[in-house]
Design a binder for this molecule. Structure first.
Ligand SMILES: Nc1nc2c(c(=O)[nH]1)N[C@H]1C(S)=C(S)[C@@H](COP(=O)(O)OP(=O)(O)OC[C@H]3O[C@@H](n4cnc5c(=O)[nH]c(N)nc54)[C@H](O)[C@@H]3O)O[C@H]1N2
Ligand SMILES: Nc1nc2c(c(=O)[nH]1)N[C@H]1C(S)=C(S)[C@@H](COP(=O)(O)OP(=O)(O)OC[C@H]3O[C@@H](n4cnc5c(=O)[nH]c(N)nc54)[C@H](O)[C@@H]3O)O[C@H]1N2
Ligand SMILES: [Mo]
Length: 763
C-alpha cells in the first residue's frame, strides 16, 4: 500500500502527523515527543464512526409545541431538518428569548475542553457569537478542574496562573529537589494532556532523572499508580479526602519539635501564630498531632512523625493533584499544602516549596513562551450575572435563589435558553439525574456537537459540528514551545459544518454577520491570529517566517522565558521589592479577608472539618472518579484506544481483592455501583494497587440510560456521574466535588442490557 503523505496536526493529547493509507487514517506522534500518548490512536476509528452526527436535528416536541419547560428532553424523538430550517428556527428563538427576557435569559457558559486549535476553539466561538451577534449572556467562572483552588489561591499566595504555571519547573526539580511530597501523585496519564496541544511529554523523563540523582518521591493517596514507576516512589496509602488532616499531623510534629522555619514564617508570612493556636489545640482543645491525624487518614502516627522529621532541612517540594480540591472542603488541602511548604521554609526556592497541580496537566512545571500565542477575541459581555461553573443545576432549578460566593451574596439568574458548544455536561457534571431535571426547566437547549453525546441527545436543537481533523487551525499554548500548522486531514463528515460557519450563518440572520466575521473566512482568521505572534517574534529579532512559510514548514519553535521561579521566586529573593499580590503582600497562613466572610465551611485558616459524604451504612465504599487514561474526558470515547480498554462494552472499575471477595465479585464480572442518587454498571478488575475500601471508576464513559423514561435510570455503560453528589466545595468557591463519592458495589446478576451509547438516535 502507498506510504501515506503525513500532515501536521495537534490535539490536547499531543502534536502529531497523520495521513490516509487507503481507508485508514495513520496517526504518528511528533518525532521529538519522548513519551507520546496512546490517546492519539482514538482518531483513526473516530473520524468516520457511526457516533458522528450527520445532520441538524430538532426534538419533535419542540417542533410541534414550541419552546418551553418539559421533561421530554432526552426522551423524545429527534427529527432531521435542513440546515436552513435549523438556522432559521434557532435565530428566531434567540431573538424571542432576547426580546422577552433580555440577554440575561441566555446561558452561554458552555464549559468544556473543545479541541486544541486556537481559532476553531468552540468555547471561544460561542462566547464571541453571543457577545457580538446576540448582545451578551450569563457566563460561568472558574473550572471543574480547579474550582476551589481558583478562588482560594489569590487570597493566600497569588493569582492562579502565575502561582501554578510559573513557579517550579521540571528542570528545577531534576536539578535541586531532595524530597517530593506528592499528594494525589502526578500520574503521567494526566500530564499526557494540555489544552492547546503538547509537543513534548517530559514528566516521566524528569521524574526518572530526578530519582536517578537521589530525589525521593512520596506518594500520598488511595492509588499506588498515581506516580509512574520511574519516580521510584514510596506509596503511603491515605484515606480519600483526609490530606488536610495528614498535613496538620505533619505540621504538628514540625511545630512541637522546633523543626519549622521560624525565620521564614516571621519574614514572609502572616497568620502563623493564629494558625499555631489551632494546630496545637489552644483554641479548640484538640492537638492536631500525629495520633489525631492517623485516626482520620489511616497513616500510622510514627510514620507521620518520621516523614516530618525527614522533610525538615532539605529541599522539599509539596505538590498536589487537582483532585484533592475537587471534593468537599476542597479549599483546605490547597491552603494546608501551602502552609506545610511555608513551615518547611521552602516557598520560592528553586525546586522547592509548593506547586499546586504539578503533573495534573502538561501545562505545569514548564517555562512560558516568551511571545503572545494565538487566541480568538471574544468581544465584550455586558451581562454581570454569572455562576461558579459547577452550580449549573442549582441555577436552573432555583432561579432567583440566593447563594454565596467568595464574599459576595449573589442570586441565580432566570435562564430560558442554554447554548452549549465544545463541552459535555452529561460528562462533566455531578448527579446526572438531577441535571436532567434541571435541563427540563429551560425553554430551549441548543448543542453543537460532532458526536452523539448524551448532551446532544438531550438538546432541542442539535447542530453537527466538524471535528478538528476536518479543519485548518493553529495549535499553540503558553507552556509549549511549538506552534503547529494544523492541516486539514479529512473532509467534513456528512453535513457537519465548522462552529464558525454555523455562527456566521446565525449572525447573518441576526443582522450581525460583518461584525462577527470582520470580513474573514477561517483561513483569513488563522493568518490574522498568526500575525500577532509573527510580529512579536520579529520585534525580538527572532526568525519570524511569513504565514505561507510557517504553513509549509508545519511548525514553529517558540522562544521560552527564563526560569526565574515566577512571582513566588521574586518574592523569596526580595519580599519588600516584590511583594506577593495578596492583601498582606505575604504568604497568608491565616487570611483576615476569608475570616471576615464568616463562612462556617471555610474559616480563616486551614481547618479540618467533618464531611457530609463519607462511606458508611448502605454506601460503605469510597468511589474515586478520576481522569480516564484512554481518552480526554468523554472525547472520542468511541475511538480505538478508549473502546479497546472496555470490557464487555463497559467501563472498567478497579476494586481491591478483599472488597471483591466479600461481595462474590470475580475478575471481569459485571457489577452494579449504586447509592441514593443513582446506579451504573461497570466491569470489575481486581487490583492491589488501590486501598481496601476504595473503588475507582474513571470519568468519561458516555451516559447510557437503560430506559430513558425512568427518573433514575441505570447507566449501563459506567458513567460515575450518576452517583456523584452535586454540592459545592464551600460557600467560598462553590467548586465541583465530583472526585469522591460513597457507593455500594454488587455483582450484577440480571439480564445484561446492551450498550447503545454510540448508536445514533433513530429519527
Ligand atoms: N465525577 C467527576 N466528574 C468530573 C471530573 C472528575 O474528576 N470527577 N473532572 C472534571 C473536569 S477536571 C473537567 S475539566 C470536566 C471536563 O468536561 P468537558 O470539558 O465537558 O469534557 P469533554 O469530554 O472534553 O467535552 C468536550 C466536548 O466537546 C466536543 N467537541 C470537541 N471539539 C469540538 C468542536 O470543535 N466543536 C464542538 N461543537 N464540539 C467539540 C467533544 O465531542 C466533547 O463532547 O469534567 C469534570 N467532571
Ligand atoms: N488522560 C487524561 N488526562 C487528563 C484528563 C483526562 O480526561 N484524561 N483530564 C485533564 C484535566 S481537565 C484535569 S483538570 C486534570 C485533573 O487532574 P487530577 O484532578 O489531578 O486527576 P485525577 O485523575 O482526577 O486525580 C488524580 C489522583 O488523585 C487521587 N485522589 C483522589 N482523591 C484523593 C484524595 O482525597 N487525596 C489524595 N491524596 N489523592 C486523591 C486519585 O487516586 C487520582 O488517581 O487531568 C487532566 N489530564
Ligand atoms: Mo479539568
Amino acid at each position: 500500500m502507498d506510504v501515506p503523505d503525513l500532515k501536521p496536526h495537534s490535539s490536547h493529547w499531543g502534536v502529531f502527523r497523520a495521513g490516509w493509507q487507503g481507508d485508514t487514517l495513520v496517526v504518528e506522534p511528533h518525532p521529538s515527543d519522548p513519551d507520546p500518548s496512546a490517546i492519539l490512536q482514538n482518531f483513526p476509528e473516530a473520524v468516520r464512526h457511526r457516533a458522528r452526527i450527520a445532520q441538524p436535528m430538532v426534538r419533535r416536541g419542540w417542533l410541534e409545541h414550541g419552546p418551553g419547560p418539559t421533561d421530554r428532553r432526552g426522551r423524545d424523538e429527534l427529527v432531521p431538518v435542513s440546515w436552513d430550517r435549523a438556522l432559521d428556527l434557532l435565530a428566531g428563538e434567540l431573538r424571542r428569548v432576547r426580546d422577552a427576557h433580555g440577554v440575561e435569559g441566555i446561558f452561554g457558559g458552555s464549559y468544556g475542553w473543545s479541541s486544541a486549535g486556537r481559532f476553531h476553539h468552540a468555547q471561544s466561538q460561542v462566547h464571541r457569537f453571543l457577545n457580538i451577534a446576540v448582545g451578551g449572556y450569563v457566563r460561568s467562572v472558574n473550572s471543574y478542574s480547579a474550582g476551589a483552588a481558583n478562588v482560594i489561591l489569590p487570597h493566600i499566595l497569588g493569582p492562579f496562573e502565575p502561582v501554578t504555571r510559573h513557579s517550579v519547573t521540571w528542570e528545577a526539580i531534576v536539578q535541586h529537589t531532595g524530597l517530593v511530597l506528592a499528594f494525589g501523585g502526578m500520574a503521567v496519564r494526566n500530564s499526557a494532556v494540555g489544552g492547546g496541544g503538547v509537543s513534548r511529554h517530559v514528566e516521566r523523563g524528569a521524574m526518572r532523572e530526578a530519582a536517578a540523582r537521589g530525589c525521593r518521591f512520596l506518594l500520598f493517596g488511595p492509588l499506588r499508580d498515581d506516580l509512574p514507576q520511574e519516580a521510584g516512589a514510596e506509596w503511603v496509602p491515605l484515606s480519600p479526602g483526609t490530606d488536610t488532616a495528614l498535613m496538620l499531623g505533619l505540621a504538628h510534629t514540625l511545630a512541637t519539635e522546633g523543626l519549622h522555619d521560624r525565620a521564614f514564617l516571621d519574614r514572609f508570612c502572616v497568620g502563623y501564630p493564629e494558625f499555631e493556636d489551632y494546630l496545637l489545640g489552644r483554641t479548640d482543645g484538640v492537638a492536631k498531632d500525629a495520633a489525631w491525624a492517623s485516626a482520620i487518614c489511616g497513616v500510622p502516627a510514627d510514620q507521620i512523625m518520621a516523614i516530618a522529621r525527614q522533610a525538615a532541612g532539605q529541599r522539599v517540594l509539596v505538590t498536589m493533584a487537582h483532585s484533592l480540591q475537587r471534593a468537599e472542603h476542597g479549599e483546605q488541602p490547597v491552603w494546608m499544602g501551602m502552609v506545610l511548604a511555608a513551615m518547611l521554609g521552602q516557598i520560592g526556592l528553586p525546586g522547592g516549596g509548593f506547586n499546586y497541580a504539578l503533573g495534573s496537566i502538561a501545562h505545569y512545571g514548564k517555562r512560558m513562551v516568551a511571545v503572545p500565542v494565538a487566541g480568538l477575541p471574544q468581544g465584550r459581555n455586558p451581562v454581570r450575572a454569572f455562576i461558579p461553573v459547577a452550580r449549573i443545576s442549582d441555577m436552573l432549578l432555583n432561579p432567583g435563589a440566593p447563594f454565596d460566593y467568595n464574599g459576595q451574596a449573589l442570586t441565580y439568574p432566570d435562564v430560558k435558553l442554554v447554548y452549549w458548544a465544545g463541552g459535555n455536561p452529561f460528562h462533566h457534571h455531578q448527579d446526572l439525574n438531577r441535571l436532567r431535571e434541571a435541563f427540563a426547566k429551560v425553554d430551549t437547549l441548543v448543542v453543537h456537537e460532532s458526536a452523539w453525546t448524551a448532551t446532544a441527545r438531550h438538546a432541542d436543537i442539535v447542530l453537527p459540528a466538524t471535528m478538528t481533523l476536518e479543519r485548518e487551525d493553529i495549535g499553540a499554548t503558553t507552556t509549549d514551545p511549538l506552534m503547529v500548522a494544523m492541516h486539514r486531514l479529512a473532509p467534513p463528515f456528512a453535513e457537519a459544518r465548522d462552529d464558525y460557519d454555523i455562527f456566521a450563518a446565525l449572525a447573518e440572520r441576526l443582522g450581525k454577520r460583518e461584525e462577527f466575521t470582520e470580513g474573514r473566512d477561517a483561513r483569513g482568521w488563522i493568518e490574522h491570529l498568526y500575525e500577532r505572534t509573527r510580529a512579536a517574534l520579529a520585534e525580538k529579532n527572532l526568525p519570524a517566517p511569513d504565514f505561507e512559510t510557517f504553513w509549509q514548514q508545519g511548525e514553529l519553535e517558540m522562544p521560552l522565558e527564563e526560569d526565574t521561579g515566577g512571582i513566588v521566586g521574586a518574592f523569596r529573593r526580595d519580599p519588600e521589592a516584590a511583594p506577593l499580590p495578596t492583601p498582606s503582600g505575604k504568604v497568608e497562613i491565616a487570611s483576615a479577608t476569608i475570616a471576615a466572610f464568616g463562612y462556617d465551611d471555610c474559616p480563616g485558616h486551614p481547618t479540618w472539618m467533618d464531611r457530609v459524604e463519607v462511606p458508611g451504612g448502605e454506601a460503605p465504599l469510597w468511589l474515586v472518579a478520576n481522569q480516564p487514561a484512554t481518552r480526554l474526558h468523554s472525547q472520542l470515547d468511541f475511538g480505538g484506544t478508549s473502546a479497546g480498554s472496555k470490557h464487555r462494552g463497559r467501563e472498567v472499575m478497579r476494586i481491591h481483592p478483599t472488597d471483591a471477595g466479600a461481595r462474590g465479585v470475580a475478575e471481569g464480572d459485571i457489577v452494579r455501583l449504586f447509592n441514593q442518587r443513582g446506579a451504573c454498571l461497570a466491569a470489575a478488575a481486581l487490583s492491589e494497587d488501590l486501598m481496601p475500601g476504595v473503588v475507582q471508576l474513571p470519568t468519561g464513559a458516555w451516559y447510557d440510560p437503560a430506559d430513558a423514561e425512568d427518573a433514575k435510570p441505570l447507566c449501563v455503560h459506567g458513567n460515575p456521574n450518576v452517583l456523584t453528589r452535586d454540592a459545592g466545595t464551600s460557600r467560598l468557591s462553590q467548586g465541583c466535588t465530583g472526585q469522591l463519592t460513597a457507593v455500594q458495589v454488587e455483582r450484577f446478576t440480571g439480564n445484561l442490557p446492551p450498550v447503545k451509547a454510540w448508536d445514533p438516535p433513530v429519527g
